[in-house]
Write a protein that binds this ligand. Structure first.
Ligand SMILES: [Mg+2]
Length: 415
């Protein structure tokens, strides 16, 4: 079996690059896309390189950006336009392989192993894709080339903008193993802190650590990270049919038995929220509205919805909102037969949230990290390999695998 050839392609300063194309009059000037007009009081979503060099950073308040770079130009975000570019890039990728796995709106993995004979080596294909995106779309990409997804992703981060980096069997120890361990996918601030305490600073340090030690400190995820560091990542590039961006994501179920208590409802809502939130994350969205549907065993049903203070794709926040809605609207006159949760009013999830003054940011980041870790463990070890503590309270109810349950996505464009 021949070794795989994986590319990871990342469009540079994506929103800002697309806006620069549409505003030739701003050529050569610092520009930032920012100012979600309704919710937040204006923050930088993406800045072009000219603005970045002057110290403008993603997540900064617009007034701060103006302070470090007085001549900066702000333009409001246009999600539909960015989605259209994302789709055009995907069309180019699809000429090289049908194994394409998007990661957010501006990144994707490509498995081009089977295209080698026809299209040339991984580097040749990377050069061609980079060239075509530059001339056909007008934006630049960074591409990583390697034999696995994790190293390919590190390659696209290694040098940007407009660069190609190959990590192969003969150079990876020299180049990847020197990188700080925080560069690895899924190593967040908390994990990084713990690894530092163990004396693990670089990816090489992690690769050479005893796996049992990592297992005892981090559980399964420790083993996954250790394998990542070593380049032992067999995870396939998921060949997904093209899924149109969605307008809302919902999941509902007829329950395994009639529900009679708040706890029953909470367990089912948790399973539904987990699948809805996981799909939001997979599509790169957050929701601004949560909606619940309740049907009792007399078959009367109702729907209630609520707008959130901030957009979220965090399981905990979605289930909390759903459960509160339920508590506010149901008086337990009959047992319940069926429940549903829908996330609506979607926004892109890489839109950073302005740092708030009450320290909720840190808690939110922690929950986000937790959710992504659960996603990853489930992807690798199966849905039931990890369960929330409360789910053990009722085996019948919690045996619902919401991950494979009916999901009803609605197309963003035609919904
Ligand atoms: Mg990017």
């Amino acid at each position: 079996m021949s070794e795989r050839v994986i590319l990871h392609s990342d469009m540079n300063c994506f929103y800002a690059s697309v806006e620069m194309l549409h505003h030739p009059e701003f050529a050569g000037q610092p520009l930032a896309v920012g100012g979600d007009p309704e919710a937040r009081h204006g923050i930088v979503l993406t800045a072009n390189y000219i603005a970045k060099r002057k110290g403008v950073k993603t997540g900064m308040a617009l007034w701060q950006a103006k302070q470090v770079c007085p001549e900066i130009i702000f333009v409001p975000p246009r999600m539909d336009l960015y989605l259209r570019f994302s789709k055009m890039a995907r069309e180019i990728y699809s000429e090289y392989t049908d194994k394409i796995e998007p990661y957010g709106i501006d990144e994707a993995w490509l498995d081009v192993t089977d295209s080698k004979n026809l299209k040339g080596s991984g580097m040749t294909i990377a050069r061609e894709i980079s060239h075509r995106i530059k001339y056909e779309l007008g934006v630049t990409v960074s591409i990583g080339v390697s034999w696995n997804k994790i190293y390919a992703k590190l390659g696209s981060d290694y040098k940007k903008p407009d660069a190609i980096t190959e990590f192969n069997r003969s150079n990876y120890k020299d180049r990847i193993w020197r990188l700080p361990v925080s560069d690895l996918l899924y190593v967040g601030r908390q994990t990084n802190k713990k690894l530092k305490k163990l004396g693990i600073q670089t990816i090489g340090d992690l690769a050479e650590t005893d796996e049992n030690l990592l297992d005892s400190y981090f559980g399964k995820m420790g083993i996954v990270l250790w394998a990542f560091a070593n380049g032992w990542d067999e995870d396939p590039v998921c060949k997904e049919g093209y899924e149109a961006p969605v307008k809302s994501i919902g999941n509902s179920t007829t329950t395994p038995r009639d529900l009679e208590t708040d706890l029953d409802v909470w367990i089912i809502q948790m399973a539904l929220a987990e699948s809805v939130a996981a799909r939001l994350r997979k599509h790169g969205f957050k929701c601004k509205t949560v909606e619940i549907t309740v049907r009792d065993n007399g078959l009367s049903s109702f729907t209630r919805q609520r707008h959130l203070r901030h957009p979220t794709n965090i399981t905990d926040e979605i289930v909390t909102e759903a459960f509160q809605l339920f508590k506010d609207s149901y008086k337990w006159e009959h047992p319940i037969r069926s429940l549903g949760i829908r996330a609506a009013d979607l926004v892109l999830d890489d839109i950073p949230v302005q740092l708030d003054l009450f320290g909720n940011q840190e808690k939110q980041e922690k929950l986000e990290k937790l959710d992504r870790t659960v996603d990853e463990i489930r992807r690798r070890f199966g849905y039931f390999s990890i369960q929330r503590a409360a789910m053990y309270q009722d085996k019948v109810l919690s045996h619902l695998d919401a991950g494979t349950h009916t999901v009803h996505p609605h197309s963003y464009f035609h919904g």
